[in-house]
Design a protein around this ligand. Sequence first.
Ligand SMILES: [Zn+2]
Length: 185
Amino acid sequence: MNPTPKYRTGLGFDAHELVAGRRLMLGGVHIPSKLGLAGHSDADVLLHALTDALLGALALPDIGALFPDTDAKWKNAPSELMLRGAYQRVRAKGFRLLNADCVLVCDQPKLVPHSVAIRTSIARMLDVQPDLVGLQAKTTEGTRLALKRKSIAAFATVLVARKPGTRSRLRSPTPDPRPPTPARP
Ligand SMILES: [Zn+2]
């Protein structure tokens, strides 16, 4: 049994409703739009999905448990604080991010022109190079994955690795001292 694998993956999902009178924030970038996302915080659906992916990779409590929407502290708060808080918990467990990949499902506004800005913004928050953060902007294609012009959904996956030099306490800190088994003739 290997109780502490070197690599772990995490998956996150989130969706928010598009409403009038809110700034649209995606990946920490303000996207010009008549509609923004409803929510207790700044409702950055992409950062929420990423936050849950990071927490899920280490089987930690999810974003709703760590940053409850009943807490006035998070009212209109930048979701970057949640993402950074989640990544801090991941690093405290001895892991760091190798790469992230994200999908935004959104009909309006068009996100492709903002893709580089969003990837760069997320990379800065997670202290990695932008080419380690993937982003695909998809439309609903008539499906009900996200409601046309009424919501935006986001998926995120991450791969984290145990930092070099941080070994599980359950593992032997030194190489196995037994001599190799001689090959059978
Ligand atoms: Zn959310």
